[in-house]
Each structure stands twice: as C-alpha cells, then as structure tokens.
Design a binder for this molecule. Structure first.
Ligand SMILES: [Zn+2]
Length: 141
C-alpha cells in the first residue's frame, strides 16, 4: 500500500510504501514530553520504504532533546511534524506522524499509547532498529 502524507502547507510531503499490505496500521501515541505537547502519534513499517520530499529546506527545523538520538522534522511554515529520524550505524531510520497521513481511514488505525520512559539507551536504539522504517530517502524538490 502506498501511503501519502504531508504537513499542512505541503512543504514536507512523503510516500510510505508499506509492504506487505497492512491488515491494520499501528498508531502509537507517544507519551514523551515533546509528543504530549504536539499530539504526536507515530507509525512505521520496518519492511517499508519512505520517500520524503522537501520543498524549501530553509523552512524545516530539526529539533532534538533528551538523548538527542531522534530528530523531529518540524515545518516552520505550518508547525506540523510529519516525520522523525534516527541515525544508527550510518543508516537513517524513520517513523511518520499518523496525523499527517492523507489516504488512511481512521478505522484502519490500531491506536495505543506507548511509553518508553525508563528504557535505557541501548534498548531504545535496538527497538528502533526493529520497528522503524529502515529504507529512508529524503530529497529536496
Ligand atoms: Zn508545512
């Protein structure tokens, strides 16, 4: 399934090729302090491919906090946060924000809250390697 997403103004858009075809799409409401303030709800397909297209890179802010291992890509124009990346062993992994998806029915989402408090850094990175999208391309238009 080819999932389309974008920030509100369209400066950041993406296509997520979700393979194999999903029976349902997990939607994790993250309880970290950033995601609580932004209403961040994330999904990923470890065997999928993500292609991000950025119109004006000067209008994308990168925000990191805490362990600084995850980078939130924030559209400066409209404030949406369509995706997060994490670089591990020279590879970029990503999750996308369910709230920025364009062609996904709410009923397809399997919503749950996810708390990663208390997880040590090694377990956190290992979990991302297992669950996050491992094929990520970011291009400027
Ligand atoms: Zn935008």
């Amino acid at each position: 399934m080819l999932i389309h997403g974008r920030c509100h103004c369209g400066n950041i858009s993406f296509e997520l090729d979700w393979r194999p075809e999903p029976a349902h799409i997990p939607a994790r409401a993250c309880t970290c302090s950033f995601c609580v303030k932004h209403g961040g709800v994330w999904t990923s397909c470890p065997t999928g491919t993500l292609r991000v297209t950025i119109g004006d890179p000067s209008q994308v802010a990168r925000y990191a906090f805490g362990t600084r291992t995850a980078t939130f890509h924030v559209c400066v124009r409209c404030g949406a946060v369509p995706f997060v990346t994490c670089e591990m062993d020279g590879r970029v992994y990503a999750v996308v924000n369910v709230n920025t998806l364009e062609n996904v029915e709410p009923a397809w989402l399997d919503r749950a809250s996810a708390s990663f408090e208390g997880e040590d850094l090694a377990s956190r990175l290992a979990r991302r390697k297992r669950n996050w999208i491992a094929e990520v391309r970011i291009a400027e238009r």
